[in-house]
Design a protein around this ligand. Sequence first.
Ligand code: NDP
Length: 392
Amino acid sequence: MANILIIGAGGVGRVVVHKCVQNRDFFKKITLASRTLSRCKELQDEVGEENIDIAEVDADSVEELVTLIQKVKPDMVLNIALPFQDLTIMEACLKTKIHYLDTANYEHPDEAKFEYKEQWAYDDRFKKTDIMALLGSGFDPGVTNVFCAYAQKHYFDEIEMIDILDCNDGDHGYAFATNFNPEVNLREVSSKGKYWENGKWIETEPMEIKMIWDYPQIGKRDSYLLYHEEMESLVKHIKGLKRIRFFMTFSKEYLSHLKCLENVGMLGIEEVEHNGEKIIPLQFLKTLLPDPSTLGERTNGKTNIGVVVTGTKDGIKKSIYIYNICDHQKCFKETKAQAVSYTTGVPAMIGAKLILEGKWMKKGIYNMEQFDPDPFMRELEMQGLPWHIEEL
Ligand code: NDP
């Protein structure tokens, strides 16, 4: 029976709230806090006042966070705000001795870096304080790491290659919109690509490498090589790995909009002067684009995210494909969110549940593949994200 504090009432936060309320026999007390109280109130009205408490907090302020945590006295804080808040929330957890979980690695507001270095550096302090942090408990990172750990445990003596394949085939009817926070999403897809081979990182131009993959229940789609954060931890924790890559699908229409926005400077994260005021182009673009949390109702189609793992078992080389298929409209009916938020929010709830049940509890900072994948895979089946395995 657990008491949790969820920070962030956006698209993913909404799914975490719904899923925790569905597991109310375990999550005895749920508090949702965010920057804009009205968004928390909206969710509270939806799931019932008797099920969650709400609060306003600026998660950029360690002081405000500490005051809130001391008041709520949770067993764990789920950081479902933005990657910019990871370090302040971790600091507040250290000061109050409370376990921490997030779904995305720390990002500098003024520099797109995507690395775990700064969060991993907290390991000693978390161990000394007797608390744990689970990093990246979403889908990718998150479930994709668990899929790799599952492949390692049950299918291979040694893994040589991993391809992570992320397809969102949803159609929301807009010419251009992002499936989650535009600031975070557009920084990710406009950055240089990078993959790991034979002990070193190889950089590519954005969208330079393309392959066509046939996604079950979706079909063949153009898939582009991107850098994605889970590769950094998988390289460290999957022994013997020789190559790891990440691919994401994009339509031609999305890519031509992206190129145009980039060419005119709208993806910039440095301040520019506009009519005597300083603005950040990407933040302004976020204001113009549809709010991802409003896309759910109008999004049709499916997501398919998975991993292809190649390696050897008993001296024989083989490849397996583990994936989940998620239907946007089914997710919306259940949580009023589209599948990208759903596939992130469900694993966040599962991560918190496994930690607080003691199944995934260890002091220090951890990534998902460092734990026994079996209880997580069982929960995925039960909590709305069933998975499939094929031998290729
Ligand atoms: P949204 O932008 O929809 O929601 C973010 C929420 O955090 C908003 O409610 C926002 O408040 C709140 N917030 C932002 N800054 C602060 C702050 N300083 N203090 C308090 N609250 C704040 O984002 P998403 O829900 O789409 O994404 C949430 C997280 O999930 C992100 O970190 C994202 O990177 C991650 N993610 C991970 C994925 C994975 O598979 N691992 C996939 C998709 C997303 P306000 O309402 O005032 O704006």
